[in-house]
Design a protein around this ligand. Structure first.
Ligand code: PMV
Length: 308
């Protein structure tokens, strides 16, 4: 039996603008993860069991652009595995789907790592990341590559599209509360809508993306020098710009507001937006009050995590 897993992730700053070449900061969230278990089987074919999405199918009965089938087909091609390979592949994940926590990337990375181990086909992180990026295109359309990068390296990342991976140091660890609206929102749609806005008025949106890029650079400096308390205002500013981009939602705004009122230093949506998750920066002593307030305001799930 072979097992592998991959963490979830949050985007701290810079989502959406990152698609247009600006930097973004993201970090792994190890409290949630995707896990894959592969066993050789006597039953003919490669059987995929992913109870979380009610999937119990043989590989060849799935359409070839199904994200999970694509991972397996692409891996078989790369590693020159000639089917039939008789396998049982069990996929589970505690990362909510379509909620900005990188569930698609985590399933891909865990699955390709498990396949590489099972077929004794060593792959470097760089190769896994490049592989996962190709699959992200099926999930997202025009992904920046940030999700697969953070999930593959499982480290805080300063990400610029098309540039070599740059991890960053965290001067002093800080606490983030993650609140889930419980509303699934495909990133592909919000990314597509931002593209329409951009196409209609490139000069305006380039300026907004520049402002976000500056927030990201300032945030990185503060994180590296341990001045995390100064990040709150930057988070609020980033959220305002995301609202302007139309990627927030009443539910996200309500949770962001509730977190601020309960004492968070700052809060913003995280990821594609429209639904999914928001994040709030808190003093550890205030985490409980913020968690309570988010739950009272309707958050379906709340996670407290430490960055660094
Ligand atoms: O997968 P999500 O929802 O965390 O979104 C990824 C971040 C975006 O900037 C919105 C899209 C991208 O590909 O970078």
């Amino acid at each position: 039996m072979t097992i592998a897993s991959a963490p979830g992730k949050i985007i701290l700053f810079g989502e959406h603008a990152v698609v247009y070449g600006r930097p973004a900061l993201a970090a792994p969230v190890t409290q949630v993860h995707a896990d894959v278990e592969i066993t050789a089987s006597d039953r003919p074919g490669a059987w995929i069991h992913a109870p979380g999405i009610s999937l119990h199918s043989e590989l060849n009965s799935l359409s070839s652009d199904h994200p999970i089938a694509s991972v397996i087909h692409n891996f078989f091609f790369l590693a020159r595995v000639s089917p039939p390979a008789n396998l049982s592949i069990h996929i589970s994940s505690t990362i909510p789907v379509a909620s900005g926590l990188g569930s698609g990337a985590a399933v891909t990375v865990a699955l390709v790592r498990a396949l590489a181990l099972h077929f004794n086909f060593p792959m470097t992180d760089e190769e896994i990341n490049a592989f996962a990026y190709e699959i992200e295109k099926i999930h997202h359309g025009t992904p920046s590559g940030i999700d697969n990068t953070v999930v593959t390296y499982a480290k805080p990342v300063y990400f610029v599209r098309g540039q070599p991976i740059e991890t960053f140091t965290v001067g002093l660890p800080f606490t983030i509360v993650i609140g889930d609206t419980g509303i699934p929102a495909p990133t592909k749609e919000s990314v597509g809508d931002v593209r329409k806005l951009w196409e209609a008025d490139k000069a305006k949106w380039e300026r907004v993306f520049d402002q976000i890029g500056m927030i990201v650079k300032e945030a990185r400096e503060k994180i590296e020098s341990g001045r995390w308390k100064d990040l709150g205002g930057l988070m609020n500013d980033n959220h305002t710009l995301l609202q302007e981009m139309t990627v927030s939602s009443p539910e996200l705004d309500r949770l962001v507001e509730a977190a601020r009122k309960a004492g968070a230093a700052g809060a913003k949506l995280s990821g594609g937006g429209r639904g999914g998750n928001m994040i709030a920066l808190v003093q550890p002593s205030e985490a409980e009050a913020v968690v309570r307030s988010l739950k009272e305001t309707g958050a379906k799930n709340v996670i407290v995590t430490q960055i660094g």
